[in-house]
Design a protein around this ligand. Structure first.
Ligand SMILES: C[S@@+](CC[C@H](N)C(=O)[O-])C[C@H]1O[C@@H](n2cnc3c(N)ncnc32)[C@H](O)[C@@H]1O
Length: 176
């Protein structure tokens, strides 16, 4: 059985901006993509969002089993990105696998292909069709992620954080 991603510095850094965004835009429908342990969905609930306003999605079946128990009143979908998702959202939050894979690390929860951006680029391509008018995306990337294709989006850097061997970035995106 594959393990689930335990909340780390990237998770906490993203959730800090998620809290602020919830206060600012008061979203009615939120998608937590690549939910893992559910930390971003939990942040939403702590910020006053009702469980039924949140959809959680992950490709990892072990994570889905745990999320169904942890969030019985939310929609939990086993999906490769938007493959099984039909709806649109005011806010989509994603802490993606962003590291370039190498011979030691090819894990699905941390690495996104050769450049680290393959899952991100597929997500960006699909996510436009799942935003409500005025909807936004909050996404985390790293200085180690190469070749991100932001086309079709306006982006704003909300924050950056220097770690030992990389810098993390949190972006707010709007569809153009
Ligand atoms: C870095 S972890 C983030 C987990 C959690 N959201 C957090 O902030 O701690 C990335 C998550 O994305 C999921 N994931 C990876 N590829 C995916 C895909 N193609 N579709 C959906 N989820 C994916 C992984 O299983 C993992 O749970």
């Amino acid at each position: 059985m594959q393990g689930i991603y335990q909340p780390a510095e990237d998770s906490l850094f993203l959730s800090k901006f998620l809290k602020k965004e919830i206060v600012k835009i008061k979203p009615k429908k939120i998608l937590d993509m690549g939910s893992g342990s559910g930390i971003q969905a939990k942040t939403c609930i702590k910020s006053g969002i009702k469980p039924k306003q949140i959809t959680l999605a992950d490709i990892n079946k072990s994570a889905i089993d745990i999320l169904r128990k942890r969030f019985p009143d939310s929609k939990v979908i086993s999906s490769d990105l938007f493959g099984k998702i039909k709806e649109r959202y005011d806010l989509i939050v994603f802490n993606p696998p962003y590291l370039p894979e190498n011979e030691f690390d090819r894990e699905q929860d941390t690495t996104g292909g050769k450049n680290g951006s393959e899952v991100i680029n597929r997500f960006l391509e699909q996510a436009k069709d799942h935003l409500l008018p005025e909807g936004i995306i909050l996404i985390l990337t790293s200085s180690l992620t190469k070749r991100i294709d932001w086309s079709g989006y306006r982006k704003r850097l909300l924050g950056k954080k220097k770690l030992f061997f990389e810098e993390l970035y949190v972006w707010e995106l709007n569809s153009k």
